[in-house]
Design a binder for this molecule. Structure first.
Ligand SMILES: NC(=O)c1ccc[n+]([C@@H]2O[C@H](COP(=O)([O-])OP(=O)(O)OC[C@H]3O[C@@H](n4cnc5c(N)ncnc54)[C@H](OP(=O)(O)O)[C@@H]3O)[C@@H](O)[C@H]2O)c1
Length: 301
C-alpha cells in the first residue's frame, strides 16, 4: 500500500511516500481503506524528535493518529460493524497516513459529513470529550475554551454547547466569526484575558478547557477560582506545577458516537482548514506546525 513514512526524526522534509505491506486487523481492531486522514500536532511533534525521550517511535514510522474510510477487515471479538461501513476513528498514535489503517475506536460517519470531514473528527472529538467529561455536568454552566478555533477546541465548543453550556472561546480576531458559528462567545487570548472574560460573563466562569500550551494556565485557574475547575490537554508541565489535570485522549467509541450524533443533527461538522493529497503530507505538516489551524487539516488518500 501507499503510505507516508519517515526513516529518521527531523523536519517535514524527512517524509516520503513508499510502498509498504498492509496492516492486518487483529482482535478488537478493524481495518479501513482510508479515504482521508487527519493531521494533528502530535504527528509533527513525534516526527521532529521533540518527544523522543518520553515517546520514542519505532523507525521507520507512518504518522497519523486518526482517519475515516470504508471498513474492509473486521478482527476477532469485534461486533456492530460490517465490511463496507463508512466509519471514522482512532488507532495507535501512528499509522493513519496510509492507504489502509487499523482502528480500535470508531463510529459511523454521519450522512451530513463527507469522509474528509469525518477524518477531522476522531482525535478532536475523543480529546474534547475526555476533557469535558472531567469537568462534570456542563448544563447551565459557563465554560472557557482556550484555543477554541483549533481542531480540539472547535469540537469542545460544539460538544459543550450541546451539553447545555454557555461557551466563551479564545482565538485571534479573524477567527471570531467562526467561533460565533459554533455557538461560542469569542474573545482574544493573551494579556487581559480575565477582564475580557468578565465583561462577557459577569456571573463568572465555572470551568475552563485549555487546548493551547500558551502559558495561560495560571490565568485560567484564577478566572475559575480553583485548579479542579480547569483541565488541559496541552500543557503538562504547568499542569503539574498548578495542580491542574492534564489529560490524554482515549480511544473511546462512546465519545466518538456522541460526536457522530451531533453530526447527524447538524450540531457539529468538522471544519476543514485545508486538504492535501497524501503526497503533499510535508506541506500539511508544515501548515499544522505554524499553529494557527482553523478546524482541521486533512490528507486525502
Ligand atoms: N493530550 C492529548 O491527548 C491531545 C490530543 C490532541 C491534541 N493535543 C494537543 O492540544 C493542542 C491543540 O491541538 P489541536 O489539534 O486543537 O491544535 P490546532 O488545531 O493546531 O490548534 C490551533 C489553534 O491554536 C490557537 N492558538 C495558537 N496560539 C494560541 C495561543 N497563544 N493561545 C490560544 N490559542 C492559540 C490558534 O488560534 P489562532 O490561529 O487564532 O491563533 C489555532 O486555532 C496541541 O498542543 C496538541 O498537541 C493533545
Amino acid at each position: 500500500m501507499r503510505a507516508a513514512r519517515y526513516h529518521d526524526y527531523g523536519p517535514a522534509e524527512v517524509l516520503v511516500i513508499e510502498d509498504i505491506p498492509e496492516p492486518q486487523a487483529g482482535p478488537g481492531e478493524i481495518r479501513i481503506k482510508v479515504a482521508a486522514a487527519s493531521v494533528n500536532p502530535i504527528d509533527w511533534k513525534l516526527r521532529s524528535g521533540a518527544f523522543r525521550a518520553a515517546f520514542p517511535v519505532d523507525l521507520p514510522a507512518v504518522p497519523g493518529r486518526d482517519a475515516a474510510g470504508v471498513v474492509d477487515q473486521v478482527g476477532a471479538d469485534v461486533s456492530g460493524v460490517t465490511i463496507g461501513d463508512q466509519v471514522f476513528g482512532l488507532g495507535g498514535v501512528l499509522g493513519a497516513s496510509a492507504e489502509y489503517a487499523l482502528l480500535t475506536a470508531w463510529a459511523p460517519v454521519p450522512d451530513r459529513w463527507t469522509l474528509e470531514q469525518a477524518a477531522g473528527a476522531g482525535l478532536a472529538v475523543a480529546t474534547a470529550g475526555r476533557g469535558l467529561n472531567a469537568l462534570g455536568d456542563l448544563s447551565g454552566r459557563t465554560l472557557l475554551v482556550e484555543a477554541a478555533a483549533g481542531g480540539v477546541g472547535s469540537a469542545a465548543v460544539a460538544m459543550a454547547r450541546a451539553r447545555g453550556a454557555t461557551v466563551i472561546g479564545t482565538a485571534s480576531v479573524g477567527k471570531h466569526d467562526f467561533l460565533r458559528s459554533l455557538g461560542a462567545l469569542p474573545t482574544t487570548y493573551g494579556e487581559g484575558l480575565a477582564d475580557r472574560v468578565r465583561a462577557l460573563a459577569p456571573g463568572g466562569v465555572d470551568v475552563a478547557f485549555d487546548a493551547a500550551a500558551s502559558g495561560s494556565l495560571a490565568d485560567l485557574v484564577a478566572i475559575t477560582g480553583h485548579p479542579d475547575r480547569v483541565v488541559t490537554i496541552a500543557d503538562a508541565a504547568r499542569a503539574d506545577q498548578l495542580g491542574v489535570r492534564h489529560l490524554y485522549a482515549e480511544n473511546d467509541s462512546t465519545v466518538l458516537a456522541e460526536g457522530a450524533a451531533l453530526g447527524t443533527r447538524g450540531a457539529y461538522t468538522p471544519h476543514l482548514a485545508a486538504t492535501y493529497p497524501l503526497e503533499k503530507i510535508a506541506d500539511a505538516h508544515q501548515e499544522s506546525e505554524r499553529g494557527h489551524t482553523q478546524g482541521k487539516i486533512v490528507l486525502v488518500v
